[in-house]
Design a protein around this ligand. Structure first.
Ligand code: PRT
Ligand code: ZN
Length: 289
């Protein structure tokens, strides 16, 4: 890799976070090509290089300032003692680090693993957790295939990442406790060169714009003019809703943005106020301030 002054972003080369990471970078306006087995690529439209790494290596690369930004699961960060800045949760790569036992086990609480063996790839997180819960268990460190440890009698339970739960079911295991929830996060470092700091700040704003665009919907509807004061409070938008006159002087059109999660409640209230012809569309980018 050439040692240029370009800002560097580290993403997982091939795995569960790769697709979401590349999609986010593209939505942030970065233009680049990727090919299998490529270790890095340069953006066509910005002085930025993307490094493709094992997810486990990303925190150290960022800590050491080799990469300025990185995308990695918070589970990996919590397991390591690394000095990086957690900039933003990224709303993908969701999973839970859970403790599971054989389906046939009679245990009903994690306390019953006291004095037993738990296999995991996350020994640091697990050690802290069982200490907090006052459980003394032997932690068996396995790099992978943790789910087969109980069947092989290597451990009584496991502590592993779960997303759909199908791996647990296939291996006849059931969750008994959840240690942490995890998602992909954007990380940065104080080691970023001064000339790259403003680009890092711009990129963070772009991530927020992409996330806000996903979180909000654009909404338009017709409303009896008399209902405006009531409806203004329902759809305040950024400053206040846009109000457009209609040919019929008793009616107006109202445009605003609403949070996706509040959307249905708001629509019901708009209808109660006499709103009709409600149109909703996705937002491509949303720069709030
Ligand atoms: O090669 P590299 O080291 O980069 O990849 P990796 O194999 O170490 O990581 P990868 O791609 O498996 O996971 C990368 C990150 O994705 C993790 O650090 C988590 O932050 C996140 N993530 C989200 C997951 C899962 N969901 C997940 N389900 N990581 C792993 N799993 C595994 C889990 O360990 C278990 O084996 O998937 C299985 C369970 O999945 P379900 O769907 O059957 O419950
Ligand atoms: Zn890994």
């Amino acid at each position: 890799m050439e040692l240029n002054g370009n800002l560097k972003i580290a993403v997982q080369r091939s795995g569960r976070l790769s697709e979401g990471s590349l999609a986010l970078l593209r939505q942030m306006g970065l233009r680049f090509e990727t090919y299998q087995d490529r270790l890095f690529t340069s953006c066509r439209n910005m002085p930025i290089d993307i490094l493709f790494l094992r997810d486990d290596d990303i925190p150290e690369y960022v800590q050491d300032g080799v990469a300025d930004l990185g995308i990695v699961g918070s589970n990996v960060l919590d397991e390591r003692d690394v000095n990086v800045e957690r900039l933003l949760p990224l709303d993908f790569g969701y999973c839970a680090l859970s403790i599971a036992i054989p389906e046939t086990s009679s245990y009903t609480s994690v306390q019953e693993l006291n004095g037993k063996k738990i296999a995991t790839s996350y020994p640091q997180i697990l050690a802290k957790y069982i200490k907090k819960k006052n459980i003394k268990a032997e932690i068996i460190f396995l790099k992978g295939c943790v789910e087969i440890a109980p069947a092989l009698k290597v451990a009584d339970g496991i502590c592993d990442l779960v997303s759909t739960g199908s791996t647990l079911r296939t291996n006849r295991l059931r969750t008994i406790d959840t240690v942490m929830q995890s998602q992909a996060v954007l990380i940065g470092t104080e080691k970023t060169k001064p000339q790259n700091r403003s680009t890092v700040e711009k990129l963070i704003l772009r991530v927020q714009a992409v996330q806000d665009a996903r979180a909000y919907k654009y909404i338009m509807f017709n409303l009896p003019r008399v209902a405006l004061e009531k409806v203004k409070k329902l759809v305040p938008g950024c400053k206040s809703p846009t109000v457009v006159p209609l040919a019929d002087p008793d009616f107006i059109a109202v445009h605003s943005v609403v949070l996706e999660e509040e959307f249905w409640d708001i629509v019901e209230k708009i209808r109660e106020c006499g709103g009709s012809g409600i149109l909703v569309s996705p937002i491509e980018k949303f720069i709030r301030s």
